[in-house]
Structure formats: structure tokens, C-alpha cells
Ligand binder design. Structure first.
Ligand code: 4AD
Ligand code: MG
Length: 482
């Protein structure tokens, strides 16, 4: 048979050229055999949908078929025919099947049944081959692409911030150190401390927790920039919303005040969710059905109000609520769960809001995304613009249903004196920050920015419940397999 070019399954499924020859390649999801014919569901990752291969024993040697099980990879040549009710319009009547790689059914861990997400985390090298994870990672691609499209369309420049830095942008001290020193034989200074002048960079360095500080440098010349890269935090929090390695999108804009900043964040989130609705329909429908199945197992009061797609549409259609931290604290203090002592963490002015508080505001009180502003300065980073009241800073956090904080940002302190005073007050090494301070010394301007946690966005868009399931290979405490 003459060689014919492979067609991706997504395109074969759309084709109506019945009777023509096609070549498809992919991995077997299921095999069903009857007396004289076998049906194979083949998937190549181009779509959530499988193509059905009809292997009639008249044309296909049973010896070949006996080598085919779930997980095997095949190259199939055959005729495109109209389907007799396989759920698809078309199927392929096989004329020849080449087994590219077998998958021994006694060893292959993914069987055609429902596996738990926990089990699949242990099999992260193979979980791409499940419907759920292929859907999640196709959507992840679409969201990354949409982010670039959104900012490019607005004239923002994509800025590559460094991954190795000497500063702690967030001041939380949750950093992974980067060193080439021999940990068994550390060079010491006269006073017995580690001598970092002998280290690779001649100073103490770490993996970045944020690209913001370098982003600001670029924004104060290029106007509007964004970073999109990996960030690292050694916070020992084993939650369903924290990773030690996650991706962050950090736009930074000269001449934006906090209102401009909030407008951009809201517009961006709506754009991204709309992009998913417009471009990832099949995958979203699959994930929605998966969630609906899961919901059936839950008690009535724990079920979510809206199916996934309606929840996404709701966000694109409604204005986000905007209010100050102080007002939010008032609401929380008066709230039923607080009065009844149901919050795990007590509420008072000055606390860093816990996810239970954020979710109360978003899911119970407003039933809408909320942007909180003007947080106490004690709980926020040094670079935020200080308000007149001397107590709060011009911070903004965007809170989402089911997630809590999805974005953190602020207007930046543009006054050299105020910023330097805050750096001193917080005991930050000025020697590490001289370059950052110089932007305020030379041609400073009001400016703002924020950071969107990419995996938090992914949690929202896919409806997945655990952040480990929306990044290909999760890095969490005591876990860096794969
Ligand atoms: O609020 P954060 O710490 O803000 C910053 O890093 C600023 N430099 C951003 C800026 O203004 N340019 O983090 C921003 C977002 C959070 O809202 C959250 O979505 C996500 O990053 N994030 C995490 N995501 C996963 N795992 C973690 N450990 C995260 N920590 C923060
Ligand atoms: Mg934050």
C-alpha cells in the first residue's frame, strides 16, 4: 500500500470525505472484540474524542490484534466511513494496522476504568494519556497562548526576568538557595560565617520568588511589560493551592494607578475565561461532566451551585466587587460563621486573610469575584504604595470562588524617600536593593502591577480541585519525582 500522510484525529473527525483513505496514529484507549470484528478507540492527543477503528478479521490478522491492548500505539491505514452510532460521525475501517509499541496489560497501569486522581499523581509520567489530564493540559496550553495574545494585543512587551536572583522580592524569606559550594566543606570567613564570595556568583543567590522587581525596571522605560515564567517558593504548606514551583504572569505598567491596575486585572481574567469558553469547548464539557459525576457522590450541602461552564460564563458577565480590606473585616466580623465560631482563624483588623475568609466573602457574601484593596502595611511587601493613613498600603488581591486569592498586586511606592524608609524599617539589605531604589531616584513615575498565579487560574478554569493536577509535574514538599 502506498504511504499516505498521517492526519490528526481532530481533523479526521471533522472530515466528510467518506470512502477516502486515511492514516491515523495514536494510543489505544479501549479494545472491544466480537466474533469477527474488533473495535479500537484510538486517541492521539489532538482532541478529547477518540476515533473508532473497525478491524474486521477478514482484513486484519488476528495475530496483530492479539498484540493490541489499552495503551498500545498504532499506525492505522484504512477507509473513512460513516459511523453506525459510535457517538461520532465517522470511523475508520482498517486495511492495515502496524503496532508501533505494545503495552503489556499485566503491567500497564492505566486500565479503561476510572482511576483516582491520587493514583494518577503517582503515575504522572503516563497520566497525560487519560481524558482528564489530556483535557487539562490542552487547556493549559490554550491559557498560556491567550495570555500572550491578550498582552500582545494591548502593546505590552514580554520581558524575561531572571530565574537566579540575589534579592527576595516578597520579603517572606521562603527561598531556595542556589549554590555550587560543596556543602560538606563550606568555605568560612574569619567570623565563622559561610564565605559566599567563594560561591559561583560571589554572593548568596536563590531561585526567584517573583519577576516583579526586574519587571518594574523594564516598565519604567518600556511602559507596559509582562513576565511569564516559573517562580519558586520554599513555603512548607502542603495545601491544594500551593506549589513550590509555579508559573506566574506579572504585568507591570508605568503611569497606572491602582484603579487602572484593577481594571486591567479584571479585563484580563474575563478575556482568559472567555478564551477558554470559545476555544476549549470539548475539553470543558468533558471536565464539566466529570465534575457532575463527582458531585453526585457529595452530600447536598457541599455541591457547588453552578456547573463548570455556567460558572465560567458567570465570571465573564458580571462586574467584580471592589472593596477595601477594612470593610471586608467588618463584614467578616459580623458574619454568621464568625458569630458562630466556625472560622478556624479568628478575624480582627490586621490579620492576613485566610482562604476560609476569602472564600466566605466570594462564595457566600457577594457570590462574585472580589477585589480587595488597601491592606494593612504589616502584612504586605515593602514595595507597595503607602496610603495617607500611615496604616495601609495600596494593595489589591483578586479573590475567586473555589480558589481564594488568584491575583496579588499593588500600586508601587514611587517616592524614593518613602521606599527607602520602608526598606530600612523592614530590615531589608539596602545593598541588595540599590538598583531598585535608583529607579525612584531617576525619573520615577506612578506605576502598578500584579501577579497572576497561572496554576490558580488553571484550577478555576478546569474546575480541578488540587493544584498538583493542573501542572504537568508538581513540585511540593518531599516530592520532586519525574
Ligand atoms: O501575592 P503574591 O505573592 O505576589 C507577588 O509575588 C507579587 N510580586 C506579584 C506582583 O505584584 N507582580 O503572588 C501572586 C500570585 C498569588 O495571588 C497566587 O495566585 C500565586 O501567585 N501564588 C502561588 N501559586 C501557587 N503556589 C504558590 N505557592 C503560590 N504563591 C503565590
Ligand atoms: Mg499574595
Amino acid at each position: 500500500m502506498e504511504a499516505i500522510k498521517r492526519t490528526k484525529i481532530v481533523n479526521v473527525l471533522k472530515s466528510e470525505s467518506f470512502g477516502s483513505s486515511v492514516c491515523v496514529k495514536g494510543w489505544v484507549r479501549t479494545k472491544r472484540a466480537s466474533k469477527n470484528v474488533a473495535f479500537l478507540a484510538l486517541n492521539d492527543g489532538s482532541t478529547i474524542h477518540n476515533i473508532q477503528i473497525v478491524a474486521d478479521f477478514e482484513f486484519i490478522d488476528e495475530a496483530i490484534l492479539s498484540r493490541i491492548h489499552t495503551g498500545a500505539s498504532l499506525s492505522v491505514i484504512g477507509t473513512l466511513i460513516e459511523s453506525q452510532g459510535s457517538g461520532q460521525k465517522v470511523e475508520v475501517k482498517a486495511e492495515s494496522i502496524e503496532v508501533l509499541g505494545e503495552a503489556n496489560p499485566d503491567e500497564y497501569p492505566l486500565q479503561p476504568k476510572k482511576h483516582s486522581l491520587e493514583f494518577l499523581r503517582e503515575k504522572a509520567h503516563l497520566r497525560f494519556r487519560t481524558n482528564t489530564f489530556s483535557a487539562v493540559f490542552r487547556i493549559r496550553h490554550a491559557m498560556a497562548f491567550a495570555i500572550h495574545q491578550f498582552f500582545n494585543g494591548k502593546g505590552f512587551y514580554y520581558m524575561h526576568s531572571p530565574i537566579i536572583t540575589g534579592s527576595d522580592a516578597e520579603g517572606a524569606g521562603e527561598m531556595f538557595q542556589v549554590t555550587t559550594l560543596d556543602l560538606e566543606k563550606l568555605p568560612k570567613t574569619e567570623d565563622g560565617k559561610v564565605d559566599y564570595s567563594k560561591d559561583f556568583f560571589g554572593k548568596l543567590t536563590n531561585l526567584t520568588v517573583s519577576g516583579q522587581l526586574e519587571g518594574e525596571l523594564a516598565a519604567l522605560a518600556l511602559g507596559e511589560i509582562y513576565t511569564f515564567g516559573p517562580t519558586f517558593r520554599a513555603e512548607n504548606s502542603n495545601t491544594s493551592r500551593h506549589l513550590a514551583e509555579f508559573w506566574m504572569i506579572e504585568p507591570e505598567m508605568a503611569f497606572y494607578d491602582i484603579t487602572d491596575n484593577m481594571d486591567l486585572a479584571e479585563e484580563m481574567l474575563k478575556y482568559l475565561v472567555q478564551y477558554a469558553l470559545d476555544n476549549c469547548r470539548d475539553d470543558l464539557e468533558f471536565l464539566q461532566n466529570r465534575l457532575l459525576e463527582e458531585e453526585k457522590m457529595k452530600p447536598q450541602n457541599e455541591r457547588s451551585d453552578l456547573p463548570l461552564i455556567e460558572k465560567l460564563e458567570f465570571v465573564t458577565k458580571n462586574d467584580f466587587v471592589r472593596l477595601a480590606y477594612t470593610e471586608a473585616i467588618d463584614i467578616l466580623i459580623k458574619s454568621k460563621p464568625n458569630q458562630k465560631g466556625q472560622f478556624q482563624y479568628p478575624v480582627e483588623w490586621g490579620i492576613d486573610l485566610q482562604s476560609e475568609h476569602e472564600r466566605f466573602l466570594v462564595e457566600k457574601h457577594y457570590k462574585k469575584p472580589v477585589i480587595l484593596t488597601d491592606y494593612p502595611k504589616q502584612i504586605k511587601a515593602f514595595y507597595m504604595k503607602q496610603n495617607e493613613d500611615g496604616k495601609t498600603v495600596r494593595a489589591m488581591d483578586v479573590l475567586f470562588p473555589g480558589i481564594g486569592e488568584i491575583i496579588g498586586g499593588s500600586q508601587r511606592e514611587e517616592s524614593y524617600e518613602k521606599l527607602k524608609a520602608r526598606i530600612d524599617e523592614m530590615g531589608i539589605h539596602e545593598a541588595d536593593m540599590w538598583w531598585f531604589l535608583e529607579t525612584r531616584k531617576f525619573g520615577t513615575v506612578p506605576h502598578s502591577g500584579y501577579g497572576l498565579g497561572f496554576e490558580r487560574l488553571m484550577l478555576f478554569v478546569t474546575g480541578m480541585g488540587n493544584i498538583r493536577d493542573v501542572i504537568p509535574f508538581a513540585r511540593t514538599p518531599k516530592n520532586a519525582e519525574f
